[in-house]
Design a protein around this ligand. Structure first.
Ligand SMILES: C[S@@+](CC[C@H](N)C(=O)[O-])C[C@H]1O[C@@H](n2cnc3c(N)ncnc32)[C@H](O)[C@@H]1O
Length: 615
């Protein structure tokens, strides 16, 4: 489109602009001006640029609809008029050096038209959308953590917002676990063809949502989150595209708090950095962040030649981007206690985050029933997704669905007779899932009243025992752990698995031998021995000496495989199980069954005074 030099109205504006600002100036104007002034931005890109950076905004009075209602209103209110003729009005939003105005009389019709709603009919093409109204949507990234994603999606589902999950090229071995997660949840899935790193996944996901003009707020969450059901309601009280375009529901203790405010009755903290675990922003803010740079190939990960370093996407979004909130002199609005990470940070963080397990979230405090995150124009939700029945799972599968599972053969060295490849565990310190399943079933079968576990670790044995007690509607567990941090983790895991189990257990932070030596309560009718293999037989002896086995009591002595090979330098083998001969010389007092596979266990039943009676 050539510039119409023969049109006096166009030419007079061009003469004004070139004379006043020169051909290097930055202006907003119809695209024809590009021929004369290369740094011309057409009306179509107004929402992607900062009008205050422009030396002039040239408005063709016949195309106010294309300029848009909000831009016209802004110019009418804050713009300094510079030049006008029958066809054009020219403004600046920059501080004008000297406002010399030519053609003042030609601005009146611009002001009048701007106030007339009929000037700006809704443009149905521009609003074409899958939603009926402005929508808040969820974006999640995941990589090799189907178990974490499952947990996260369970807490996100009550937000009732459309969810896009981007898998950043997870390893093929996780494919079936991911497929199972997607079966259970109503999500859209974008699979990267290969692992490229978090920023790339985030860019792809943001672009997916931004392609819909009614997507207004994009709530980015990583796959290890737990969220409160009133997350979006609480954010909606504060979010504001101008003053608070970037928010987070998680307080970041590693960085400074610059102030506190109350917005619509909601307390917020002001920070300049928020980790990527949760970042919630207006579409105009996300648009300004793109593309988020990739710090290094496949970031975040441990490359041997690189010092530990994250993906830095959160630094870019918070403060490194020239368009970030911090560079604009403002702050991230932090609404604490709406989101937490379920990851055990130092162990799972790629860059070695020094965090501790995060405390549980408080209960929601806002009603969520009136909040609509997004309404679809038609209802193209995945066929049958909402009516699908949960498959019935045994205890092992339920625990693995929450916390994941690995093959026992990947975790520990094993002798072939132990058939480790057939067994599974969540991690190397926790009991095998099949053994936990058996313990859960034993509890359901024997209906104990007073159970004891020595060695809580991450609480999965505690889950198995208390889940059985819950099904029985009777019984209580005491679980002993010497390490207070582990005890806190296990409380968290129990809560994540089923909060109703909490009333079935007392967590005790004490050495098992000290506790058993001082214990004055009722005798135990179920005991799971699972501390260090060096002391389990001492625990057994002490319970016996103190007459703390109830008649008919059932015991599991874990890790007694006779084949157990040493882990290194001869240590950690079957011989380390001190005094294990005792288990073969209990005489008539105990019935004994030995299970030799995987890590093995002895199942003991105390016959008491030759009685098989039970309470
Ligand atoms: C094998 S893990 C327990 C696993 C857990 N029972 C399960 O089913 O997943 C052993 C735990 O015992 C704890 N422990 C070691 N010696 C202890 C003692 N004397 N008293 C209490 N806890 C002890 C360790 O800190 C560790 O967390």
């Amino acid at each position: 489109m050539h510039f119409p030099h023969d049109d006096p109205y166009w030419q007079s504006v061009a003469d004004f602009l070139l004379g006043r600002f020169g051909k290097e100036s930055r202006i907003v104007a119809p695209t024809e001006f590009h021929e004369l002034i290369p740094r011309t931005f057409p009306y179509d890109v107004i929402r992607h640029i900062d009008l205050k950076e422009m030396q002039a905004v040239v408005i063709h009075k016949g195309t106010l609809k294309e300029v848009g209602e909000s831009t016209c209103a802004l110019l009418a209110k804050e713009g300094t008029p510079l030049f006008g003729n029958e066809v054009f009005v020219v403004f600046t939003l920059k501080e004008p050096p000297v406002a010399r105005l030519t053609g003042k009389e030609h601005f009146t019709d611009f002001y009048l038209k701007t106030k007339d709603p009929g000037t700006f009919p809704v443009n149905p093409v521009k609003l074409h959308s899958e939603f009926t109204d402005k929508a808040t949507v969820i974006l999640m990234t995941t990589y090799n953590r189907p178990d974490r994603l499952e947990l996260a999606l369970e807490s996100i589902a009550p937000l009732k917002a459309p969810i896009l999950v981007i898998d950043d090229g997870s390893d093929a071995k996780h494919a079936s676990a991911y497929a199972a997660v997607y079966e259970r949840h109503d999500v859209r899935i974008l699979n990267m063809p290969g692992n490229r790193g978090l920023s790339n996944a985030l860019n792809a996901g943001l672009n997916y949502w931004l392609a819909d003009p009614l997507v207004e707020w994009i709530c980015y969450l990583q796959d290890d989150v737990e969220v409160r059901s009133d997350l979006l309601v609480a954010l909606a009280r504060v979010q504001d595209p101008v003053n608070y375009p970037l928010l987070t529901g998680r307080r970041n203790n590693l960085h400074k708090i610059y102030g506190e405010k109350e917005v619509n009755g909601q307390k917020i903290l002001l920070q300049r950095m928020s980790p990527g675990i949760h970042l919630h922003a207006h579409r105009s803010y996300w648009e300004k962040m793109l593309p988020i740079p990739t710090a290094y190939f496949q970031a975040p990960r441990h490359w041997p030649e690189l010092p530990a370093r994250g993906a830095d996407e959160d630094w870019w979004i918070s403060q490194w981007s020239p368009n970030s909130i911090v560079k604009a002199g403002k702050y991230i609005a932090v609404l604490p206690d709406l989101v937490r990470t379920t990851a055990v940070l130092p162990a799972e963080s790629t860059w070695g985050s020094p965090g501790k397990p995060e405390p549980l979230l408080p209960s929601p405090c806002y009603a969520t029933d009136g909040f609509v995150a997004a309404t679809f124009r038609s209802t193209p939700s995945k066929s049958g997704a909402s009516t699908k029945l949960e498959p019935i799972r045994n205890f092992w599968e339920a625990l693995a669905a929450r916390f994941g599972q690995k093959s026992e053969s990947e975790i520990h060295p094993h002798a072939p007779a132990e058939c480790a490849e057939l067994y599974h565990a969540i991690d190397s310190g926790s009991t095998e899932l099949e053994t936990l399943n058996f313990i859960n079933a034993l509890i359901c079968l024997f209906k104990p009243l007073k159970a004891l576990e020595t060695g809580t670790f991450l609480g999965y044995g505690t889950c198995a025992i208390t889940a059985g007690l819950k099904s029985n509607h009777r019984g209580h567990l005491l679980t002993l752990e010497i390490d207070s941090i582990r005890l806190q983790w296990s409380r968290d895991h129990l809560h994540q698995f089923d909060p109703q189990l909490e009333e079935k257990v007392t967590f005790i932070n004490e050495s098992s031998l000290d506790f058993i030596a001082r214990y004055q309560g009722e005798a135990f009718d179920f005991v799971f021995f699972d501390t260090e293999v060096e002391i389990r037989i001492q625990e057994f002896r002490l319970l016996r000496e103190r007459n703390l086995f109830a008649p008919g009591a059932i015991c599991i002595m874990h890790d007694t495989s006779p084949h157990r090979p040493p882990i290194h330098d001869g240590a950690g083998g079957a011989a380390d199980f001190h005094d294990r001969e005792l288990l073969s010389s209990l005489g008539d007092d105990f019935e004994v069954f030995q299970f030799p596979r995987s890590r093995g266990f002895h199942l003991l039943r105390y016959c008491g005074q030759k009685s098989i009676s039970m309470k």
